[in-house]
Design a protein around this ligand. Structure first.
Ligand code: SF4
Ligand code: SF4
Length: 302
């Protein structure tokens, strides 16, 4: 498929993914599996069946066409069992109610830019542009590189949200193509990072260190999740790591919200986060922000 990529959403008029008004391109696939993940449609690199429960009229036509038994439907409920789904799309076609769809489609660089170009007047007046997010954009490195190259050739301002779990050479290849890096940092302690995301943080921190030392334009984005990474050891780690740089990067806290919980069953999955964990209260994050500001860090709470 050349430099085509798997994209699960293109969000226009985004105000939270870099400077100004932006169009955010969400690509599929991620090497992390954060306990609090609120974009489960970004985790795997392939298309997925998604059910909109309140549209389902329980007719059972999807059951009839699905050989692997991906749908269980009775008068009360519709449950997905998609472990053996072949992504044939038969259930989506058969559904008379529009309750099923395939999330994720293959798009060329030109397909994506055709959408991004629509809002150039807004980028120009706001300092905005295109952001690549996910999932993890580096999981589709060739597509991400090709898209950024083409965007830059057209004079668009670019940003990318990434967890940096990749060889340094790949980041170097993207550096000339990016005006803004949004670096997701989940925890500074390696053992806790493994527990919360499924992967170590050594490469992530090494990459981040090199980027800061090289003066790349970046913001450290921190998902702040009650009872998980919102713990003193993480704040201590941030206070040891960031202020040590002569020019530390700004930090943006991303308060945990519960909007992702309902996405999991719609994709036939189960969220790993305890459903009882409340959304983060900005007032709880303020003491963290105050500590970092006192240490000379610019802090925003998203
Ligand atoms: S896309 Fe998956 S769930 Fe739908 S009919 Fe094909 S195998 Fe079954
Ligand atoms: S075909 Fe559509 S409306 Fe009928 S049971 Fe399946 S999802 Fe529901």
């Amino acid at each position: 498929m050349g430099n085509d990529g798997w994209v699960f959403n293109i969000q226009r008029f985004s105000l939270h993914d870099g400077p100004g008004i932006r169009t955010t391109v969400f690509v599929k696939g991620c090497p992390l599996s954060c306990v609090w993940c609120h974009n489960p449609e970004g985790l795997v690199s392939t298309p997925q069946v998604r059910l909109t429960t309140n549209l389902c009229v329980h007719c059972g036509r999807c059951v009839a066409v699905c050989a692997p038994g991906g749908h269980a439907v009775d008068a009360e409920a519709h449950t997905l069992r998609l472990e053996d789904c072949t992504r044939c799309g038969a259930c989506v076609t058969a559904c008379p109610a529009g309750a099923l769809e395939m999330v994720g489609r293959s798009m060329s660089v030109e397909d994506v830019l055709a959408v991004v170009r629509r809002d150039i007047p807004f980028y120009d007046t706001s300092g905005g542009g295109m952001t690549i997010s996910g999932g993890e954009p580096l999981a589709q490195f060739d597509f991400t590189h090709a898209l950024l190259t083409a965007a830059k050739a057209e004079g668009l301002r670019t940003a990318m949200e990434s967890a940096l779990l990749t060889p340094w050479e790949r980041l170097q290849a993207l550096a000339p193509l990016l005006d803004t890096w949004l670096v997701d940092l989940k925890h500074t302690d390696d053992a806790r990072h493994r527990t919360l995301t499924g992967v170590p943080n050594t490469l992530i921190l090494a990459n981040l260190r090199r980027m800061i030392e090289a003066g790349w334009p970046l913001t450290v984005r921190i998902p702040w999740v009650p009872t998980l990474n919102a713990e003193p050891a993480f704040l201590d780690g941030l206070l040891s790591f960031l202020p040590a740089f002569p020019t530390p990067p700004p930090v943006e806290f991303m308060p945990y919200h519960r909007l992702g919980l309902s996405k999991w069953p719609a994709l036939g999955g189960t969220s790993r986060i305890d459903a009882e964990i409340p959304a983060a209260d900005r007032a709880e994050i303020e003491p963290w922000a105050a500590c970092l500001r006192e240490a000379g860090i610019t802090v925003k709470i998203g």
